[in-house]
Design a protein around this ligand. Structure first.
Ligand SMILES: [Zn+2]
Length: 311
């Protein structure tokens, strides 16, 4: 029996639920992620993002909401803090939730709050969302700045605690600053190949190779804008186009550095993969060219390896 089926590197259900009138425990037609749809999609764990994470209050209130979601017994979720928890979640038929911050804005530069959030189980964090904060510069600004000296100290503090550094949303300068100082694998939890779709949120070939060189992984994002260079509506995105991103990253970095990072509940996604329950259709399509072993690497093994090395 296979222990883990899919680990999704980025879902925004925690934020979406705060805006939409629905319950995580009940199947809904609204949004992309809930318990029944995660089960149908064979998703056994995911990085559940706290977003926005741009101020002390937005992070704290997001974490409060996150724990309300995960602690509600009706939601059949279990917090993942270490590798053994994946097995415990499986045995108790729960879906694993990994605490992730999409941004670091508002954390103090002495890293007191960071250490406390690590004690609460924070295991992954983007240094900035698309904006700019005291640590890093996101792709949404025109600033030439990369990481600040506080940002560089943040990276080493995160890595000594065992918090994964996520470079999705960083501008190129910040990205290369991270690469220069990292001592552990890094992830781009939800980004695609720039060569296939030239959007600033996607990774250029040298960036893809740099992530490979840290032994990290890249989660393929299902946001239509990051998939389709022609920026067509969601009805026009094909599996062939999505597969091009997989093929390109595999060509540049190899099969050990590619994963899934859907952005479900945080993006407009293709109609053929309209919510998280559709994941098996994507894997089925990839199975036409990729081996069973390769699919396992994409679906969960690469993320597990990175967690193992980092946490
Ligand atoms: Zn994002």
């Amino acid at each position: 029996m296979r222990i883990i089926v899919i680990i999704d590197g980025h879902i925004d259900v925690t934020f979406a639920l705060q805006l939409q009138n629905r319950e995580f425990s009940a199947r809904s037609d609204i949004g992309h992620v809930d318990l029944p749809r995660m089960r149908e999609g064979n998703v056994s764990a995911a990085l559940f993002a706290v977003y926005p994470a741009s101020s002390n209050f937005s992070i704290s209130s997001g974490v409060d909401y996150w724990f309300k979601l995960v602690e509600n017994p009706e939601n059949s979720l279990m917090q993942i803090r270490n590798l053994d928890d994946f097995e415990k979640a499986r045995q108790s038929d729960k879906i694993g939730a990994i605490l992730h911050f999409e941004g670091a804005g508002g954390l103090d530069s002495e890293f007191v709050t960071l250490r406390n959030f690590h004690r609460l189980g924070l295991r992954s964090m983007g240094l900035s969302w698309s904006n700019m904060n005291q640590f890093a510069t996101g792709i949404g600004t025109i600033e030439e700045r990369g990481l600040t000296s506080e940002g560089k100290a943040l990276v080493s503090e995160m890595q000594s605690l065992g918090i994964l550094v996520d470079v999705s949303h960083l501008n190129e300068k910040s990205f290369w600053d991270v690469v220069e100082i990292t001592g552990k694998p890094i992830i781009a939890s939800h980004s695609n190949a720039y060569s296939i779709c030239n959007h600033v949120r996607n990774l250029k070939d040298e960036q893809i190779q740099a992530i490979r060189d840290t032994n990290g992984t890249i989660g393929i994002n299902l946001c239509t804008m990051f998939l389709d260079p022609q920026k067509r509506e969601e009805d026009h995105i094909t599996f062939e186009l999505i597969k091009k991103h997989f093929d390109h990253i595999v060509e540049k970095a190899g099969i050990n550095h590619i994963s899934l990072g859907s952005d479900y509940d945080g993006a407009t996604v293709p109609s053929i993969l309209k919510d998280i329950s559709y994941y098996p259709k994507l894997l089925e399509f990839l199975r036409n060219t990729y081996s069973r072993n390769d699919i396992d690497k994409i679906a969960y093994q690469n993320f597990l390896r990175v967690f193992k090395t980092t946490w």
